[in-house]
Write a protein that binds this ligand. Structure first.
Ligand SMILES: Cc1cc2nc3c(=O)[nH]c(=O)nc-3n(C[C@H](O)[C@H](O)[C@H](O)COP(=O)(O)OP(=O)(O)OC[C@H]3O[C@@H](n4cnc5c(N)ncnc54)[C@H](O)[C@@H]3O)c2cc1C
Length: 161
């Protein structure tokens, strides 16, 4: 698997509207698709590459319907597309992927953002475990998810104090 590096390669959480266009998005989950909409709203040309057979598989149905409308005609989504590498051969990032037909695809974008999922930062969490007699690890520090899950876990942790 590739490591994001170099100029104009961002993690989705660090993306700003003012990125250079066209933009390649690695990962067509909820975060990748919503960020693609955000960039399309800002006039950027976006192509999303997703390894699975469908995009935003984790989205509730109504959410996905709304996303579909927002993406239609503005964002190209390639499913069954396995990104292997982001490299710099000159000033622009180059994305290499295996397409649905098994052939290599080479996409030269002006910006790339990576939305392939998050893992908790266990080292930081371990440092904080000794900060108090009782420490609750909740939200994305426990399992990356959504705001409602983080708030629910916070509610129950507070109720346990
Ligand atoms: C691009 C993107 C889009 C998303 N969109 C949605 C969405 O539409 N709907 C949804 O429900 N969820 C969405 N999520 C997920 C949602 O943001 C998270 O699940 C939620 O924010 C988790 O809350 P949290 O409090 O655990 O972590 P965070 O909201 O990440 O808060 C952690 C905080 O801790 C701070 N921090 C880190 N280290 C330290 C330190 N050493 N000392 C002090 N502070 C520190 C950070 O700066 C941050 O402010 C999205 C996530 C991303 C990345």
């Amino acid at each position: 698997m590739f490591l994001p590096h170099g100029t104009n390669v961002f993690l989705a959480e660090a993306i700003k509207k003012a990125v250079d266009t066209p933009v390649a998005c690695i990962g067509g989950g909820l975060v990748g698709c919503e960020t693609a909409v955000h960039l399309a709203d800002a006039g950027r040309e976006v192509i999303v590459m997703e390894i699975a057979k469908d995009w935003a598989v984790d989205a509730p149905r109504f959410h996905k319907d709304a996303l579909r409308k927002a993406l239609r005609g503005r964002v190209e989504i390639l499913t069954v597309t396995n990104v292997k590498e982001i490299s710099h051969e000159g000033p622009r990032p180059v994305v290499r992927a295996e397409g649905a037909d098994g052939r290599e695809m080479v996409i030269a974008a002006d910006s790339v953002f990576v939305a392939t999922g998050l893992r908790p930062g266990e080292t930081l969490v371990d440092e904080f475990r000794r900060a108090a007699p009782v420490v609750f690890v909740i939200g994305d520090a426990s399992t990356p998810g959504q705001v409602t899950q983080a708030v629910e876990q916070a509610h129950y942790a507070a109720a346990d104090i």
